[in-house]
Design a protein around this ligand. Structure first.
Ligand code: NDP
Length: 318
C-alpha cells in the first residue's frame, strides 16, 4: 500500500469485524496502488483529505465527517436507504453495478420461474396429502413472464428468461428496446403487462414512486391466478393486499426475497402460508471479489480523469 500523501479511501459501514476485514482485503487486492482504511482508523488529517468513501450501510454521521468527498461508492446495488439517510446535501452517490451480480440475479429469477412453471408448490402440497396427480406440462413459450424494472438486473433476467424459451414482457420508466422483449411504460403499460403475465417479476428499486406500487388495484389487474416474484424491495408490495389476493386466488403463489422488515418478523403470516415462498434476501448476493473490481475501476477512472462514475439521480431516487 502507498503511504504518505495519497488520499486514502475510506471504508465506511456498519459491519462486523470479519466482514470489514474481508472487504479491506478484497479492496486492497483490487487496488494495489491505493490505501484503503476503515473510517475509525483515519485521523482528522486523513479524513479531511479523503475523496472517496466506499460504503455499506454507513453511519451517515461518518460520511458527513468526510468533508471533501468527490463521491460515495456504495457496495450495495439498492441505495434507497443511503439516499434517505444522507439527505439532499449528500455527495454524489454511485451504486454498485456488477455484471456478476446481474448474472446471479438472472439465475435466481430463472430458478424461481422454473419453480412456478413446473408447479413445484402444487406438487409439494400434493405430496403432503399423498396425492399422485400429474399436472399438465406448460411450455415456457406458452407462459409470459412480465419483468418490472429493466435496469442492470431486470434486463439481465429478461434475457436469461428469453434464452430459456419464455415469452418475456418488460416495464420501465423510460422506453426500452430489448430484442425479443415486448416493453411497456407508464401506468397503462403496467396494466397491459399485468393483464398478460403468468408470472410477474419485480426488480424495481424502492423510490417514492414505487413504494406501494403493487397493491390491491394492481393484483386485481393481474391475470387471474398469476404468480408474483419480488426480488426488488419489500415495500414495493403492499403485504396485506398481497395476502388478500392470495386468499381469493387472484394471485396463486408469491416468491418473496425482500420484506418491509428484515429479518421477517417471527409472527408474520407470510412464514406459514403454503402459497408463499420466503427467502432471506439471498437472490442477488454481493460477491466481494467482483464488487471490489467494479469499485476499483470506478476509483481508477476517477483518479485518471477526474470524471465521476454514473451517479444516482437524487430526484428519481435511483
Ligand atoms: P437499475 O437502477 O439498474 O434499474 C431500475 C429499473 O427500474 C430501471 O429499468 C428503471 O427504469 C425502472 N424503474 C425505476 N423506477 C420506475 C418507475 N417509477 N416506473 C417504472 N420503472 C421504474 O437497478 P438494478 O437493476 O441494478 O436493481 C434493481 C433493484 O434490485 C435495486 O434497486 C435493489 O433494490 C434490488 N436488488 C435486490 C437484490 C436482492 O438480493 N434481492 C440484490 C440487488 C438489488 P429506467 O430504465 O427507465 O430508468
Amino acid at each position: 500500500r502507498k503511504s504518505s500523501m495519497t488520499e486514502p479511501l475510506a471504508l465506511v459501514g456498519r459491519m462486523d469485524a470479519a466482514e470489514e476485514t474481508a472487504w479491506l482485503d478484497a479492496l486492497a487486492a483490487a487496488l494495489p496502488g491505493e490505501s484503503v482504511a476503515p473510517f475509525r482508523a483515519l485521523d482528522a488529517q486523513a479524513r479531511a483529505r479523503t475523496e472517496i468513501a466506499i460504503v455499506a450501510n454507513p453511519d451517515p454521521a461518518e460520511v458527513r465527517a468526510l468533508p471533501r468527498l468527490a463521491f460515495v461508492q456504495s457496495l450495495w446495488a439498492g441505495v434507497e436507504r443511503l439516499v434517505g439517510e444522507l439527505g439532499p446535501g449528500a455527495p454524489p452517490i454511485v451504486r454498485l453495478v456488477d455484471p456478476s451480480m446481474s448474472r446471479v440475479m438472472a439465475e435466481s429469477v430463472l430458478a424461481w420461474t422454473y419453480y412456478l412453471q413446473r408447479d413445484m408448490p402444487a406438487y409439494a402440497r400434493q405430496q403432503r396429502s399423498r396425492v399422485w396427480a400429474p399436472l399438465p406440462y406448460r411450455k415456457p413459450r406458452s407462459m409470459t413472464v412480465g419483468v418490472l424494472g429493466l435496469g442492470a438486473l431486470g434486463a439481465a433476467a429478461a434475457s436469461r428468461l428469453l434464452d430459456a424459451g419464455f415469452t418475456v414482457a418488460g416495464w420501465s420508466r423510460s422506453a426500452k428496446a430489448l430484442p425479443g422483449v415486448e416493453t411497456y411504460v407508464g401506468d397503462d403499460g403496467m396494466t397491459a403487462l399485468l393483464a398478460r403475465s403468468d408470472i410477474v417479476v419485480c426488480l424495481l428499486p424502492l423510490t417514492a414512486e414505487t413504494r406501494g406500487l403493487l397493491d390491491a388495484r394492481r393484483f386485481a389487474e393481474m391475470k387471474p391466478g398469476a404468480a408474483l416474484i419480488n426480488f426488488g424491495r419489500g415495500p414495493i408490495v403492499v403485504a396485506g393486499d398481497l395476502i388478500r389476493a392470495l386468499e381469493t386466488g387472484a394471485v396463486s403463489h408469491a416468491v418473496l426475497d425482500v420484506f418491509d422488515e428484515e429479518p421477517l418478523a417471527p409472527d408474520s403470516p407470510l412464514w406459514t402460508r403454503p402459497d408463499v415462498t420466503v427467502l432471506p434476501h439471498v437472490t442477488g448476493p454481493t460477491d466481494m471479489e467482483s464488487a471490489a473490481a467494479v469499485v476499483a475501476s470506478n476509483v481508477l477512472a476517477y483518479r485518471a480523469t477526474g470524471r465521476l462514475p454514473r451517479q444516482v439521480d437524487l430526484m428519481r431516487g435511483y
